[in-house]
Unconditional design. Structure first.
Length: 219
């Protein structure tokens, strides 16, 4: 109701009345992610190769749903092992790494399906696969894999970011890979990532770590 009134007041030129409306606070919820075992089950669940590949690709590159649908064949560079994401959110391009495993799967998919123009074609010639179709694919895959978590397509992107942080990649690089505008958007993943705790120590000990080992062993 508040959003509707804001829109109405601004359209009739009463901006102050729109500003005076109460603000709505968003619930602070952490993203739901899939663990590695669940991801393996999910990627094996679809019967069609196309469906297995599209879900795996979203996770492997941290793509938004619309980004994977907009991918063209020319955006995949197998030699340089990169994926070029064009004019996504904030009207920005970005390049992300193409996984070795994903490269193998994509080549198999392209040879089998022979897509034209877009990496994932729709039913009509020259059209893209639809968001509705993509949503159906993940719902069916979750059901078949027996995953009960409240998962959406975007959860694959959440899982990508969280797992990169757990693998030791720094938060700034993760921000750039995701195409986030602000670092604070990326920092939410620090709350769900299970990173090993580093014991309190002096940097002097790590500076001379090799020397300490030699002194203790006498070698």
């Amino acid at each position: 109701m508040v959003y509707g009134l804001r829109f109405y007041f601004r359209n009739i030129g009463q901006n102050q009345r729109a500003i005076n409306l109460p603000s709505l606070k968003k619930e602070a919820k952490l993203p739901v992610i899939l663990n590695r075992s669940e991801l393996k089950k999910l990627f094996c669940a679809p019967v069609l190769l196309k469906h297995r590949i599209v879900l795996t690709l979203i996770y492997s590159a941290g793509l938004r749903g619309q980004e994977v649908l907009n991918l063209r064949l020319s955006d995949i560079d197998f030699e340089r092992k990169t994926i070029h994401i064009r004019q996504s959110k904030y009207k920005k391009d970005r390049i992300v790494p193409l996984s070795e495993y994903m490269s193998f799967g994509l080549k198999k998919y392209i040879k089998s399906e022979n897509p034209h123009l877009y990496l994932f074609n729709g039913k009509e010639p020259g059209s893209r696969y639809s968001m509705r179709g993509l949503s159906w694919v993940i719902k069916q895959a979750l059901k078949k894999a027996g995953i009960k978590k409240e998962i959406t397509l975007h959860s694959l992107r959440h899982s990508y970011a969280t797992h990169l942080i757990e693998d030791g990649l720094n938060i700034v690089t993760v921000k750039d890979l995701l195409g986030h505008k602000e670092i604070r958007t990326t920092m939410v993943y620090l709350h769900v990532a299970q990173c090993p705790l580093v014991p309190v120590h002096s940097p002097l000990d790590t500076l001379y770590k090799d020397q300490l080992c030699k002194d203790k062993t006498g070698k």
